[in-house]
Design a protein around this ligand. Structure first.
Ligand code: ADP
Length: 618
């Protein structure tokens, strides 16, 4: 086994690999970009080394810089995680040339499965069913249009080099084909630098079912059961479960066999996933991901295995145990908690996690902690939360409870959406297909429910009084009545609660007695955690105005120029400060006319994201 490994990744997957390595007594080396100097994976690893500026192309995608750290630190193997270099055959080659084990399949298997068109040709030859389509090299528009007509509309245009749902466009009619083709090519060119496309029959509401596989260097390939990942937004997964519910036994068997055949066809070693779309009794090969998947924890939950441990064992030359596959026991469901805005088509959101409360009743894989920031540079996932149980209902109930005990204050998140999703009768009924979110959007989207009065009361009430009147903070008087107003931030909505304190105690406007405050902004009420931070009643009126007045650093950086001092009158658009961050200059200008009331930094300071640069008053 290895004594020291390097993790060429960040966030939750880096933290997750570090955890397993530590349990196995393996030392860990983290790498980090300039934006991640304080990140959780850096704090958790035994040692950590910088590899470049924030943009991934200049850091986490720099195979040479990462290999250099591996050589310098004596790491014997590199775990690529998912994304970044995990499916980069050239990087796997470079690792081999440097005598460092790449924890994943061989470069040839990565190459063969790397192109959607190429992998589909391979699968046809191996007898694995694929969606009817066109995967040819010829790309003339007239030929593609003729192929689309042969396949029959609706068809799906996909980028050959695609991933993450980019460059994917359904075309419903022949008339729309030319325009959609142009759009798909444009997207593919900018995302992958390659505008080749393939065509597929567009299945209207299929299920996404995948099979976890493992191969060893001795030539054995086994499956580790199915997962269903049909619940997707923008063709990307948000909820995954194992095993895939409600599959006829014969179909399940066929999927296992097809997945093993696919892996064998490329001499697959280590962990991989073979993805299918399923409609009725038909299953079609979609692609093979030659790495660990984000959703692997649900497979771990039902098999009792640590898949990262087995990735390491197999990369070190061990054989798959003869008793595999272990039976799948119970059920597991994972959701991805993202910093994103469901109301804005799930657009990523960024910002500091002022509060992050994660449940203790479920497995949580997090890449950030309270106080950390979600930046615009990387995937906005905050954490994966996994519910498990003896059966699907129990797993979903556990997950629902866990999500009720989760709270985030900072960037926009999909937490409320996830709670509704997990509780939805159609999800409980396993009515799964890739159109699920669109079909139930009316139930799943929309503003959060207001906090119940009891939660507001508890958050607003002063902390339970101590024995001495001198230490009381509840406006206690010897005589008469004091009025105190508590302003609470209820998911962006301001709530005003008035308390009356008198020698007889404290009561609300309606005469009810507060329940004895707990002195915290997080209140558990009716089984749900409500985050109700107090707002400063004396802050300038209007939230927007106050936000606009305080100019803060959008990302961590250095103040290279500060052009104003306190008391200066400034005009809208006037340059106030210049930050240098990630080798680029960020110019901070006045959003409106005003006077500089306060400065939060000095020239030459290195400041964190969210630090005040200057505050304006009208
Ligand atoms: P990517 O590599 O970009 O993630 P995939 O080929 O894995 O793309 O497909 C992602 C998702 O797109 C699938 O899970 C499924 O929801 C949908 N999809 C892919 N191919 C088809 C198809 N032929 N018909 C209908 N939906 C499809």
């Amino acid at each position: 086994m290895f004594q020291k490994i390097l993790i060429a990744n960040r966030g939750e997957i880096a933290c997750r690999v570090i955890r397993t390595a530590r349990r196995l007594g393996i030392a860990t080396v983290a790498v980090f970009s300039e934006a991640d100097a304080q990140a959780l994976h850096v704090r958790e690893a035994d040692e950590a080394h910088p590899i470049g500026p924030a943009p991934a192309a200049q850091s986490y995608l720099r195979g040479d810089a990462i290999l250099e750290v591996a050589r310098r630190t004596g790491a014997q193997a590199i775990h690529p995680g998912y994304g970044f270099l995990s499916e980069n055959a050239d990087f796997a080659d470079a690792c081999a040339a440097a005598g460092i084990a790449f924890i994943g399949p061989g470069p040839a298997a990565i190459r063969a499965m790397g192109s959607k068109a190429e992998s589909k040709r391979l699968m046809v030859a191996a007898g694995v069913p694929t969606v009817p389509g066109y995967h040819g090299a010829a790309q003339e528009e007239a030929l593609l249009a003729a192929e689309a007509a042969r396949i029959g509309f609706p068809v799906l245009i996909k980028a050959s080099a695609g991933g993450g749902g980019k460059g994917m466009r359904p075309v419903l009619t022949a008339e729309a084909f030319a325009e959609e083709l142009e759009g798909a090519r444009r997207e593919a060119r900018s995302a992958f630098g390659d505008d080749r496309v393939l065509l597929e029959k567009y299945l209207q509401r299929p299920r996404h079912v995948e099979v976890q596989v493992f191969g060893d260097a001795q030539g054995r390939v086994v499956h580790l059961h199915t997962r269903d990942c049909s619940v997707q937004r923008r063709h990307q997964k948000v909820l995954e479960e194992a095993p895939a519910p409600g599959l006829p036994e014969a179909l399940r068997e066929r999927l296992h066999e097809a997945a093993i055949a696919a892996a064998r066809a490329v001499g697959y070693v280590n962990a991989g996933t073979v993805e299918f779309i399923v409609e009725g009794d038909e299953a079609y090969f979609l692609e093979m991901n030659t790495r660990l998947q984000v959703e692997h924890p649900v497979t771990e939950a039902v098999t009792g295995l640590d898949l990262v441990e087995w990735q390491l064992r197999i990369a070190a030359g061990q054989a798959i145990p003869t008793a595999w596959p272990p039976p799948a026991r119970g059920h597991a469901v994972e959701v991805r908690l993202y910093a994103e805005d469901p109301a804005q088509n799930f657009q990523p959101s960024a910002g500091r996690l002022d509060r992050l409360i994660l449940p203790e009743t479920a497995r949580v894989d997090a890449g950030v902690a309270e106080g950390d920031a979600v930046t615009a540079f990387y995937d906005p996932m905050i954490a994966k939360i996994v519910g498990t149980g003896a059966d699907r209902d129990a797993a979903l109930a556990a997950l629902e409870g866990a999500l009720r005990r989760t709270a985030v204050d900072g960037p926009k998140t999909n937490l409320v959406f996830l709670r509704r999703l997990v509780a939805h009768p159609a999800l409980r009924g396993a009515e799964l297909d890739t159109g699920f979110i669109a079909a139930h959007a009316a139930d799943l989207l929309g503003p959060p429910e207001p906090a119940p009065p009891a939660a507001l009361a508890r958050a607003a009430a002063p902390p339970a009084p101590g024995p001495s009147v001198w230490e009381r903070r509840d406006s206690w008087r010897l005589q008469g009545e004091a009025e105190r107003v508590a302003l609470l931030d209820d998911a962006g909505v301001e709530r005003r609660i008035t308390l009356h304190a008198s020698p007889r105690g404290t009561r609300f406007d309606d005469g009810t007695i507060p329940p004895g405050g707990i002195g915290t902004d997080a209140v558990l009420e009716g089984g749900t955690l409500w985050l109700l931070p107090a707002l400063d009643p004396y802050r300038p009126a209007g939230d927007e105005a106050s936000k606009e007045s305080r100019l803060s650093a959008p990302i961590p950086g250095r103040v290279v120029r500060l052009l104003v001092t306190v008391g200066d009158a400034v005009k809208k658009g006037q340059l106030l400060a210049v930050l240098e961050a990630m080798k680029t200059e960020i110019r901070i200008a006045a959003p409106r006319d005003g006077v500089i009331e306060h400065l939060g930094c000095a020239e030459g300071d290195s400041i964190e994201e969210g630090t005040e640069v200057a505050t304006l008053k009208a």
